[in-house]
Design a protein around this ligand. Sequence first.
Ligand SMILES: O=C(O)C(=O)C[C@]1(C(=O)O)C=C[C@@H](O)C=C1
Length: 292
Amino acid sequence: MTEQNWEKRIAYLGPEASFTYLATQAIFPSEWLVPCATIPECIEAVAEGKVDLAVVPLENALEGSVPLTLDYLFHEATLYVTGELQLKIQQHLMVNKAQKDKWESIKGVYSHPHALAQCHKYLFYRFSDVPLHQTTSTAAAAKFVSENPDECIAAVGNAAAAERYGLDIVQSNIHDFHFNHTRFFVLSKQNKRLPQELSEGQAKTTFMITLPTDRSGALHQVLSVFAWRQLNLSKIESRPLKTGLGDYFFMIDVLADEKEPMMRGAMEELAALGCKVKSLGTYFTYLTSDEA
Ligand SMILES: O=C(O)C(=O)C[C@]1(C(=O)O)C=C[C@@H](O)C=C1
C-alpha cells in the first residue's frame, strides 16, 4: 500500500513478522503498518500524531504483564485503548541455513526477554551453558541471525519470522506451557472503539487508579465500589508509582462499558473516596487467528 492511498497508519513493535505484527496484520490486513523498534517508540508515534493507531504487547499468559507498556501508559502518555487483540503464541528455535547442520552446538540464543522466559525450561535443560541475548522483539532476533550467517547462533520466534528472514526451524513449539497467549492494546489519541463486529462481544474498560495516601482499607474500599454493583473485574495489577517504596497505582480491567449507569456511579464513588482515576476507555477484544 502506498503513502497516497492508505487509510490508517498503524505503528507496531517490529520489525515485520514479530508477534505484534501478526496480531496487527490479522485485524488490519489492508492498512499501512509502520514498524517501530521499541514499545515507547510505538506509543510516542501515536501520541505525536505521526500514526493513527499503535499496537503494543500488554500481557502474556505465561510471563504476565509487559511493564514497559503499563508504565508508559500511566506516566508518559494520555492515550486510549480502542481494542484488544489476543494471539496464540508458538515459539520455535531457528538458525541460519548456513548453520543448520551445527545447530546442536549453537553459541548463543537471541530473542525478546518474554520469549526467552516462555522457553526457559527448554533452553535451561537443552542449552544450559549457552548464553541468552535479549533483543527488542523476536523478529529482531530472527533478522539478526539472518544477517550473521557465519555465527553459530539461534533465534526464538514464530514461523512467519523464520520464513520472512530465511531461517530454518530446528525445534518447534519450545515454549514451556501449551496455553500461551498474548494480549495487545490498540492505542489511539481519541477515546473511540473499534467496531464490535468480529470481536468476542464483551465490553471491557481499563482504569488506572491511584489510592488516597496510605489509608488503611483503601484498596478494599475501591474493590467494594465494583463488587456491590456486581461489576466483574478480569484483572488487577499493581505497579510502582515511582515516588517511593510502597507507592503503587492499580490497573483494573472491568467487564463493562464505562457509559453504563453502574460504571458512572462507580467513578463518582471512587472520586468521593479521594482516588485519582485515569480511564483508558472501553473497548472490545478480537481473537486473532493462530500464528501463520
Ligand atoms: O517479540 C515479539 O515478537 C513481540 O511482539 C513482543 C512479545 C512480548 O512483548 O511479549 C509479544 C508476544 C510474545 O509474548 C513475545 C514477545
